[in-house]
Design a protein around this ligand. Sequence first.
Ligand SMILES: CC(=O)N[C@H]1[C@@H](OP(=O)(O)OP(=O)(O)OC[C@H]2O[C@@H](n3ccc(=O)[nH]c3=O)[C@H](O)[C@@H]2O)O[C@H](CO)[C@@H](O)[C@@H]1O
Ligand SMILES: C=C(OP(=O)(O)O)C(=O)O
Length: 440
Amino acid sequence: MTGVRIPPAAAEVVAVRPSGPLAGSVTVDGSKNAALPLLAAAAALRRTVHLANVPANADVETMLVLLRQSCWSATRVATDPDTVVVKPSERSESAPDPEVAARIRASYYLVPALLRAHGRARLPWPGGCRIGDRGMEQHFAVYEGFGDRVTVDDRGYQVEAGVQPTSTASLALPFRSRGATIAALLRAVVAGRPLRLGQPILSPEVLSVVDALRAAGWRCRESQSRLAVAPPLSASEGTVRWRVPGDKIEAGTLACAVAATGGSARISGVSEEDVTPLVTALRWLGVSAGFDGGALIVDEPHGTHPASHSLRAVASLAPGGLDADFEPPLMALALTRRGAHLFSDAINPGRHGNLIPQLARLGADIHEVSPTRCRFTGPQRLTGAGVEAMDIRTGSTLLIAGLTAHGITTVGGLEQLRRGHVDLPGRLRALGADICEVTS
Ligand SMILES: CC(=O)N[C@H]1[C@@H](OP(=O)(O)OP(=O)(O)OC[C@H]2O[C@@H](n3ccc(=O)[nH]c3=O)[C@H](O)[C@@H]2O)O[C@H](CO)[C@@H](O)[C@@H]1O
Ligand SMILES: C=C(OP(=O)(O)O)C(=O)O
């Protein structure tokens, strides 16, 4: 495609054209949704932490700014910019700027660290993707379970630290929540108290925090029904080294793009367990996908779709369930596959409302059974049009759809895409996708 190639950060839209089967090898960045709680965990620990594989997407950069505005130093190592060193700074009385904190949902992870630094945390209501009502009452129940005082108003919430006994904090979540599970873990760290948490979620992002605490000397035991952590037996002060796991969602998105174009690729940097539900869905759609030599392999050299079944993709917080963020890219892939497909995301009830009208602009015929559930029959023929990324995963899904549509698709709203990925168009281009950044 002809077009002016400019740095992605300056582009207003990307233009996508069908480019034949994607092929090659690519390595994903570190996961945004794991990096954010790990950075907050480093701050809560108040030790020097070297965190490797930290992606430079917009949400992570926002988190680094928030840490610096509070009382931590958070700097990328000059010789290894993927590594961030977090340590307490000299500043004692400073707090995050609410305007900055409101840009990301994960500002909520900073509450325990702020309690440690200031005895109180005042934050705006979380920002991030506008994908429906996204509550925080489980976080508040966690803090109240630790004896903290929570107050809310129109602009946000405040948590004031309660006096902490040394006894075990015993809490149970009414439903599985990544945010509330990590809130409980980090609150226990700051309180220096053992925690027993019923009904945790053991998603990769949570497990990466558990592993990080283990590396810092905390004693941790986890099962699907209970997560128990206890402080180190002896005080440890030295530097700890953690690593952000590879981005399972970026890997899954690339896999869907490769499969949608009938290509073959080797996607490295992600662990097998983290993409297992995605691989199951890919295979159900007749895609030859699996793990080999530490990489996710998608292999369709002839672009044939041997045994595509009708897919039921239901986002779930249950153990082994399909992460909600896999559902949109799978929808773009299923539009290319034979079958009567059903998609559901009741976790993020505004997601379909963002995505389906944009896919409809490309000509997709999707029947919305309810605001969170839809059906369609594939394969469908899409036609390029101007579309808008309404949230991170809408953006990545529209890139995939654009690769399979006839003609040129332009995707706007790139600031959404950049919140979650350093350069997803660049990753796709590395696999041969015909994508370029354009300004008006
Ligand atoms: C920064 C981050 O990791 N974001 C992810 C996280 O968001 P999010 O923070 O929404 O995820 P949680 O797992 O904590 O929440 C799961 C569900 O419970 C709701 N809830 C949660 C806590 C609470 O106190 N009250 C409440 O109603 C949430 O709105 C959501 O509908 O998980 C979502 C579901 O897998 C993903 O789509 C997001 O990418
Ligand atoms: C919904 C997402 O992010 P956030 O929770 O930060 O808005 C996402 O990563 O797709």
